[in-house]
Design a protein around this ligand. Structure first.
Ligand code: GTR
Length: 326
């Protein structure tokens, strides 16, 4: 190799090493396994962040609860920036940001369309910005469908919940909700629920079909699934605020653009996966009971909603205004 060529090769190599070492890597925690709609959205987000920052940022996804199967632990990790980004349920994040607890009020939304009409409204978007005092920056909302009870014994009506033990996410409002419906609530990390049902520590839990069937295999130990749809908890993609503040204005815009472009993608993936999960559950032996009249469930939580609602008065007004007119 002549001298000129070796100098060029050395320069190219130095530039390569420099650009790779200049790349910033951010960890993203996800409790669900690869292929779950929120995980697919995380991947899309990572791809778009790389694209819009010209490869300056790499988002490294840790799926399947590999950071922790306990979302409370994950959120604490984001709080201290040991992990910069996470996707969790607003039910879990509500314990860190009181305003988010509005979503833990049962029967809050009439439908998925009502929820999305609110989440995409200026008020819904402001709630993401309002995570700042908790040390977080909300990037976007994702769909988490609706949650219903399941158990290892037949469930047909609300009376069947009486005196039984159901797991909830660690969140006081969710504890009160289950108690208002007549059962005992056992706060527990998602990762512990399967063995807790198997060993009889609890009788059941509550979740959407994709989590019940595809992520956690709970249908194998709790085959009775009663579609009372008591909660519609949005999922949240959020980031450590300190890490966010270190980004340049252009990079912040790139992250925001990336996140907002994953929303429609995730909603579509959710709708497909929800149908698939329900079918897989039934094929695997799950006995799914439709609840034609949800009035007894709504009546059971009426007092709870009346007591807890006033703390969210302004938000509830905005949620009411986002109702789809019939
Ligand atoms: C799922 C949600 C997870 C987790 C889980 C739970 O629906 O996607 O983020 O919160 O529920 O019940 O812990």
């Amino acid at each position: 190799m002549n001298l000129k060529r070796s100098v060029i090769v050395a320069l190219v190599l130095t530039a390569f090493v420099f650009s790779v070492s200049a790349q910033k890597v951010l960890k993203l925690a996800e409790i669900h396994p690869q292929g779950y709609p929120t995980e697919l959205a995380d991947e899309e987000f990572a791809k778009l962040v790389a694209k819009y920052t010209n490869g300056q940022f790499k988002v490294d996804i840790f799926p399947g609860g590999s950071i922790s199967g306990d979302e409370k632990v994950v959120i604490e990790q984001v709080k201290i920036n040991a992990v910069s980004i996470a996707r969790v349920s607003s039910g879990a994040l509500g314990s860190f940001n009181a305003q988010l607890n509005v979503f833990s009020l049962p029967y809050l939304f009439d439908s998925s369309d009502h929820m999305w009409n609110f989440l995409l409204s200026p008020y819904g978007q402001k709630m993401l910005a309002d995570l700042a005092p908790s040390g977080f920056v909300g990037l976007c909302w994702y769909d988490g469908g609706s949650r219903s009870f399941y158990a290892n014994y037949p469930l047909n009506t609300i009376a069947d919940l009486k005196g039984k033990k159901f797991r909830v996410m660690p969140n006081n409002l969710l504890v009160k909700m289950v108690e208002a419906m007549g059962a005992s609530a056992v706060p527990m990390a998602a990762g512990q629920v399967f063995s807790a049902i198997q060993t009889g520590v609890i009788d059941g839990a509550e979740n959407n079909a994709p989590s019940y069937v595809m992520s956690f295999n709970h249908y194998q130990v709790a085959k009775y699934y009663m579609l009372d749809e008591h909660l519609r908890l949005p999922e949240v993609l959020f980031m450590n605020k300190g890490a966010w503040d270190k980004l340049s204005k252009d990079d912040q815009a790139a992250f925001r653009k990336a996140a907002s472009e994953t929303v429609a993608f995730q909603r579509k993936a959710w709708n497909d996966y929800d149908v698939k999960a329900m079918a897989a559950g039934k094929a695997g032996g799950s006995i799914v009971v439709e609840v034609k009249d949800k009035t007894p469930f709504k009546n059971a939580v009426k007092d709870l909603v009346a007591t807890e609602g006033p703390a969210f008065a302004e938000t509830l007004k905005a949620i009411d205004a986002a109702r789809i007119k019939k």
